[in-house]
Design a protein. Structure first.
Length: 105
């Protein structure tokens, strides 16, 4: 029993360490995103007459989409395929299976 608990604790530790690595990677990505885009936008602001052009914000929005997806993966957020969706799909397949089995009764 002691060996099983030790293996269980080791597995919990590995999962926790993986999650911390994912968090660390996300926070580094976010910090680099903020620093690089701040530098780009300040540079554009200081060197151009018309700051409010779409082209100036292209990297901010494009890279921002990547940061949002990285956050969703890191924090296990998926608004489209959540637990309710999974439960509905499971129910759907169970009902289909029941209907299929009823054909042969």
């Amino acid at each position: 029993m002691e060996i099983i608990m030790e293996l269980y604790n080791q597995e919990k530790f590995k999962r926790a360490k993986r999650q911390i690595e994912k968090l660390k990677g996300f926070y580094i990505h976010l910090a680099v995103y903020v620093a690089v885009n701040a530098f780009i936008l300040v540079n554009i602001y200081l060197n151009t007459d018309n700051f409010w052009e779409w082209g100036h914000f292209f990297t901010l929005f494009g890279w921002g989409i990547g940061v949002v997806f990285h956050a969703a993966r890191t924090f296990n957020f998926n608004p489209f395929f959540n637990k309710k969706w999974e439960e509905r799909q499971i129910q759907k397949y169970i009902e289909e299976d029941k209907r299929e089995m009823d054909k042969y009764k």
